[in-house]
Ligand binder design. Structure first.
Ligand SMILES: Cc1ncc(COP(=O)(O)O)c(C=O)c1O
Length: 390
């Protein structure tokens, strides 16, 4: 039997990477030497002190049962301490922090808590796709806020039509930004807070890349901004900070009514984060080896970025240097669209990238490179791109 998927699922945008994914798998199966700069998944392992801690946490039988939905008090306290130290922001661990099974889970479930049919969710364009998926599955309407190079890849709030603003209930923003690598300053965050206060909109700031930054630059937390907690929340994750994408742990912090809403959704859907992983999270956030790891990680990505930005000069790709994230957003020279170029890069150079259009209409004219490969591999990718597209 062939069952029909729900109308909501039908409304989800098509998976634009499917064709490229098939081509990539075909090339790998044919034994071709592929350099994959498409996915945003760190190639480096989780730090050893974290893995060692996990071995111990697994031996502790108290971790083996269902976790509580609100999460371990110790983990929430660690998050509060980390916020205080890193951003000088005070959070109440009892009601302003909610552990998540990775931040993606929280991002995708948040609209279910606050969005009624036809409510509008303001979403950056291009963006991390679950903002769209979560909105559509909740029955909401997506309004894309273009992120333009000439505006520093920050959404221009004054350009959102009044009729849209009136129906908007939630806005996602994400800095340091995937895919553009752009960062936000306090002035932008203040504008967002005023806009949200005036229009009664929840702000969900996704700070998954807050620790992936270079040359001493320290990305801001949205919650550092005055009155931000009255309108918004912030997503964080251990995935990119500690190369823990497979472990699934993140959190939401900020406005307690938003936290309460998401907790209610999650209590009906999942059973929380494995306690052993939360215990490990405490160590990752509090152990000074964590800071050492972050510094090393930042240096590695910084060097990789240099290889790529310098190497790609005078090619079809103009890589925009960034202060943060392990992505390079590259504008395409000439009249080639991003899907076509992505296919050609794979066919001719054996290099996998992400076409900008796959992340939203305003991504057309760009491709995204993930710096999640060794310097040698990146150099090899540069050489091949130069050879075929120089
Ligand atoms: C902007 C952004 N937010 C959130 C996530 C999800 O991270 P995780 O679910 O692993 O915490 C990602 C992952 O790529 C991302 O790029």
């Amino acid at each position: 039997m062939n069952f029909q998927i729900s109308e909501k699922l039908k409304n989800l945008p098509p998976y634009l990477f499917a064709e490229i994914d098939i081509a990539k798998r075909r090339a790998i199966a044919a034994g071709e030497d592929i350099i994959d700069l498409g996915v945003g998944d760190p190639d480096l392992p989780t730090p050893k002190f974290v893995v060692d801690e996990m071995k111990e946490a697994l031996e502790d039988v108290s971790t083996h049962q269902y976790p509580s939905g609100a999460g371990l008090s110790n983990f929430r306290q660690s998050v509060a301490k980390w916020y205080k130290k890193r951003f000088k922001v005070d959070l109440n661990p009892n009601n302003e922090i909610l552990p998540l099974i990775g931040s993606k889970e929280g991002v995708a479930h948040l609209p279910l808590a606050f969005i009624n049919k036809k409510d509008v969710v303001l979403i950056p364009d291009p963006c991390y796709p679950p903002y769209i998926g979560g909105t559509v599955l909740a029955g909401g309407e997506v309004y894309r806020m273009p992120l333009l190079e000439e505006e520093g890849f920050l959404p221009n709030l004054s350009k959102i039509p009044k009729a849209v603003v009136d129906k908007a209930k939630l806005m996602f923003i994400n800095y340091p930004n995937n895919p553009t690598g752009a960062v936000a300053d306090m002035e932008f965050f203040s504008r967002v807070v005023s806009f949200a206060e005036k229009n009664n909109i929840i702000v969900a700031h996704d700070a998954a890349y807050s620790e992936v930054s270079f040359n001493g630059y320290k990305p801001l937390s949205f919650l550092e901004c005055k009155n931000s907690k009255s309108v918004g929340v912030e997503f964080h994750s251990l995935s990119k900070t500690f190369n823990m994408t497979g472990w699934r742990i993140g959190w939401l912090s900020g406005n307690k009514s938003v936290i309460q809403g998401l907790l209610k959704v999650k209590s009906n859907i999942d059973s929380g984060v494995f306690n052993a992983i939360q215990k490990v999270g405490v160590v990752a956030l509090e152990n000074k080896k964590g800071n050492e790891h972050v510094k090393i990680m930042q240096e590695i990505y910084s060097k990789r970025q240099k290889v790529m930005v310098e190497g790609l000069r005078d090619t079809i790709l103009n890589a925009i240097p960034t202060k943060a994230t392990f992505y390079l957003w590259c504008s395409i020279a000439g009249n080639v669209d991003s899907t076509e170029l992505t296919k050609k890069l794979l066919r001719k150079a054996g290099v996998v990238v992400t076409p900008g259009i796959g992340l939203g209409p305003s991504g057309e004219g760009y491709i995204r490179i993930s710096l999640t490969a060794s310097e040698n591999e990146l150099q090899e990718a540069v050489d091949r791109i130069k050879k075929h597209f120089g």
